[in-house]
Structure formats: C-alpha cells, structure tokens
Design a protein around this ligand. Structure first.
Ligand code: NAP
Length: 239
C-alpha cells in the first residue's frame, strides 16, 4: 500500500484551522482521506471552513480557546468521541504581538506564550498516552523562522517559537522510541491574515498557506523508519 493510502481513515486534530495555514493543512489532509477535527475560537468561521473542506469529507468542528486548559481537555475528548483516537495532532493555532520589549505588557506575554507554547504542551500531553499505547502517531508543531532568527519587535513572539522548537525537540526524544514522530515546520512570512498588512511586499512571491500544507504532507508520507524532524521553509525570492 502507498504511504499516502495508509493515511486514509486516520484521525487528525488541527488547531487554528478556521483560516490561513491551519485551513490549508486541514484541506490537504481531507484530500488525503484523513478524518478531521478542526478547532478555533470563532464558531462561525470554523463552520464556514468545515463547509469549504466538507463535501464528502469527515470534518468535526470543536470550538475551543487553546489558552484555556479546560477547552483543551474538551477538544481532545470531543474529537475522540466523535472520530476515534487521534493519530495526527497539528499544533497550529498561534498569535503574534509585536513591538519593542520595553512597551510590551505581561498580558501580551501570557496571551502569546499560552497560545503558541503552553497549548502545544497541553495538547501533546493529552494525546501522547494513546499514541504510546498504539505505538504510532505524529505531532507536528507549526513554529516559525522567528524561532531561529531574532528581529527588533519580535521578543515575545520569538520567545514563544524558540520555546516551541525546544519543546518539539525534547518531545521527539521522549516519544520516538514509542514510534511517535514529533516534528516542527518553520515557515518564513506566509500570505495570511496573520501577516497583514503586507505593505510593499509582493504577495505573489510570499509563501502561501498551501506551501506549509505541502510540508505537512511531506512529513506524514515518510516511510515508518524515516523521521523528518524539522523543515525550514523560505520563499524562493524575497517578497
Ligand atoms: N503567517 C505567517 O507569516 C506565519 C509564519 C510563520 C509561522 N506562522 C505560524 O503559523 C500558525 C498559523 O498562522 P496563520 O498565518 O494561519 O494565522 P491566522 O490566519 O491568524 O490564523 C490563526 C488561527 O489560529 C486560531 N487561533 C488563534 N488564537 C487561538 C486560540 N486562543 N484558541 C484557538 N484558536 C486560536 C484562529 O482562529 P480564532 O481567531 O477564531 O480563534 C485561526 O484559525 C501560527 O502558529 C503562526 O505563528 C505564521
């Protein structure tokens, strides 16, 4: 059986899948026959996303704010009760607050770190025991090149993505002997609502959400003995 075929019928949970990169990942996975649970805070946009992916696909929607541990517990429970055990977790939900560190507030820090880092920890912790039992699974964290490169105004966001890469690498070591692959994708600037306004950027040269979805597909379609632990994704030409 081809590696793509083996994904058919598997269950994936994608956070932040109502728009942008998460929606592109969800669309890609649905096209590969994966049964999906998608989540975000805005229920209306989540339903629109499910309709868009929908047509003949299995797509469950669960409203959840990933900064709330009780929402995370419910998200995992509702996904597993409607679709079954989670084979693939994509920690994608993320926000950015940018500006000089001297102007940043503790509230900004908590919002960004809780969304971009703590939620990935809690969700991974929630799905790992089942994956260990089944001796297989993928956890894919959508990090950023901002987890590798420092820039002015990026203190909180870079800290969250730097942290996410550290979490990813340690979880990968904890879980690889159980047949679970934990990986990170680090895109540069992607053409989504997150990165608006683009100002003088040529959006046609920017990375598109589908490029990140393609990286997810690449990770998921490896042979079982192979483990792509990190993908750095840059636009071919600077936008
Ligand atoms: N765009 C870029 O240039 C870029 C580059 C590198 C990495 N990334 C990373 O890629 C990921 C997706 O970014 P994007 O560009 O697709 O952003 P986006 O278009 O703003 O979408 C973000 C998604 O996350 C959800 N979300 C935000 N906060 C949430 C919360 N507390 N609980 C649950 N869901 C939440 C949003 O839905 P609701 O608002 O309805 O909750 C939305 O579905 C993020 O982790 C981002 O850091 C983006």
């Amino acid at each position: 059986m081809s590696l793509e075929k083996q994904l058919e019928g598997q269950v994936a949970l994608v956070t932040g899948a109502s728009r942008g990169i998460g929606l592109a990942i969800a669309r890609k996975l649905a096209g590969m026959g994966v049964r999906l649970s998608i989540s975000a805070r805005n229920e209306q946009r989540l339903r629109q996303a499910a309709e868009e992916i929908g047509r003949g696909r299995t797509v469950a929607t669960v409203r959840a704010d990933v900064t709330r541990p009780e929402d995370i517990a419910q998200l995992v429970a509702k996904t597993e009760s409607s679709l079954g055990p989670i084979d693939i977790l994509v920690n994608n939900a993320g926000i950015g607050v940018f500006g000089p560190v001297q102007n940043a507030s503790e509230r900004d820090w908590d919002a960004v770190l809780d969304t971009n880092l703590k939620a990935a920890f809690l969700l991974s912790k929630a799905v790992a025991p089942g994956m260990i039992q089944r001796k297989s699974g993928h956890i894919i964290n959508i990090a950023s090149l901002a987890g590798k490169n420092a820039f002015a105004g990026g203190a909180i966001y870079c800290a969250s993505k730097w942290g996410l890469l550290g979490l990813t690498q340690c979880m990968a070591e904890d879980l690889r002997s159980h047949g679970i692959r934990v990986s990170a994708i680090c895109p540069g600037s992607v053409n989504t609502e997150f990165s608006l306004p683009h100002g003088k950027k040529d959006t046609s040269k920017m990375l598109q959400p589908d490029d990140v979805a393609h990286a997810v597909e690449t990770i998921l379609t490896q042979a079982p003995q192979s483990f792509i632990s990190e993908i750095l994704l840059r636009p071919t030409q600077k936008p």
